[in-house]
Write a protein that binds this ligand. Structure first.
Ligand SMILES: Cc1cc2nc3c(=O)[nH]c(=O)nc-3n(C[C@H](O)[C@H](O)[C@H](O)COP(=O)(O)OP(=O)(O)OC[C@H]3O[C@@H](n4cnc5c(N)ncnc54)[C@H](O)[C@@H]3O)c2cc1C
Length: 355
């Protein structure tokens, strides 16, 4: 017997989970087809909500800011539903300057709502950054604990009577009709199909608009905390404090295919960038080292929307460096598109088929 639902979602990373949850809350039944692979980005990520630092232009930037501001209510709602409170840090993000040249550079590129902190103000705010010459403070940016977010989303999906989870790999999406084949040869059908398969999307037959998505490895290290409270960028990396008492330091950008292992050279680069921001880390204990694969596109913007030729196929993919930031809002928007609603945002820069 062929399984059916209103919508099939392929991929159970943060994007697929947010899309499936939003669809279920619109009353749709969902078949969520997802397997697990080494290098999945959503649990590996640092969790920064940094639209002011990772700046894009035009409506894409507005979308990123809206996605950041979508988080507080989203997490409140998720906590009411699941009992899992996902830590959210909205203290603002610091970009520290370590040289006079760095001061000039940062002051030139700072976003319009940021403010400059001089050395004394910075070291009062963050004593472990006392060696820096100053910093740009980007208010409202911050971080979410993406690992706990994934646990809460998994819990929400598990509780939903409208979502059926299928642990499998999808191998193809039919271009004639909304039908997906899995690796075991099972065919599942629906009214439409959302592809949210991270760095692997382009490997699904029929997902033509995802061909330009490629994996970009990022290596990360977590340290026992030094007391840092703000997410902090330095010239070559960043630090993300987590309420669990660790600091996540990242990250490399490496195009090495689907290899998600760490390397001594990569970790050394992350270490040196982290200790440059906070010298106290040189004597802090390393608790973990890992790597993940960002689903990157040539312009680093996501692919969101309906396929231009095959109306039954929608994409929620290629979120590159900002998939945690954009996840909740992407879920709402794609669920809306799938039931025929007009999006409240200008998605033209995210158009499938633009490459
Ligand atoms: C080192 C690093 C640091 C990052 N830091 C940040 C950050 O600070 N802030 C931020 O916003 N973003 C960050 N990101 C980016 C963010 O993690 C990603 O953009 C986001 O997680 C992408 O989510 P996804 O669901 O598309 O992909 P993934 O999390 O990779 O999930 C894709 C899922 O689809 C499944 N899948 C793939 N193919 C198939 C198939 N054929 N059938 C069934 N299932 C399939 C995979 O097994 C996987 O479970 C970072 C990423 C990395 C790697």
């Amino acid at each position: 017997m062929t399984r059916t639902a209103d919508t099939i979602v392929i991929g159970a990373g943060v994007i697929g989970l947010c899309v499936a949850r939003a669809l279920a809350r619109k009353g749709r039944t969902v078949l969520l087809i997802g397997d697990h692979r080494p290098g999945e980005a959503s649990r590996a990520a640092a969790g920064m909500l940094a639209p002011s630092v990772e700046q894009s232009e035009g409506p894409a930037h507005d979308f990123a800011v809206a996605a950041r501001d979508f988080y507080p209510d989203y997490l409140e709602d998720l906590a009411d539903e699941t009992g899992i409170r996902v830590p959210l840090n909205r203290l603002g993000i610091l970009q520290v300057a370590l040289t006079e040249k760095g001061v000039k550079g940062l002051q030139k590129t700072a976003s319009s709502n940021s403010r400059w902190l001089n050395r004394a103000e910075l070291s009062e705010l963050e004593p472990t950054l006392g060696h820096a010459l100053g910093a740009v403070m980007n208010p409202d940016d911050g971080a979410v604990d993406n690992v706990i977010l994934m646990t809460a989303l998994d819990e929400s999906i598990g509780r939903s009577g409208r979502i059926t989870r299928v642990e499998a790999a999808a191998t193809s999406v039919s271009l004639e009709k909304p039908e997906v084949e899995t690796e075991s040869g099972e065919l599942v059908q629906a009214e439409n199909v959302v592809i949210a398969a991270g760095a692997w999307g382009g490997m699904i037959r029929g997902a033509d608009a995802l061909a330009p998505v490629s994996p970009c490895r990022g290596q990360l290290i977590s340290y026992r905390t030094t007391g840092l409270r703000h997410v902090t960028y330095g010239p070559r990396g960043y630090l993300v404090p987590r309420p669990s008492g660790t600091i996540v330091a990242g990250s490399t950008m490496e195009y090495v295919g689907f290899d998600s292992s760490t390397t001594p050279e990569g970790l050394a680069r992350v270490r040196s960038a982290a200790e440059e921001i906070s010298p106290a880390l040189a004597v802090s204990i390393v608790t973990l080292e890992w790597a993940g694969l960002r689903p990157t596109t040539p312009d680093m913007l996501p692919i969101i929307g309906r396929d231009e030729r095959y109306e039954h196929i929608l994409y929620a993919a290629g979120h590159s460096r900002n998939g945690i930031l954009m996840a909740g809002l992407t879920g709402e928007i794609v669920a809306g598109l799938s039931v025929g609603e007009s999006p409240a945002y200008d998605l033209s820069q995210f158009r499938p088929g633009r490459f």
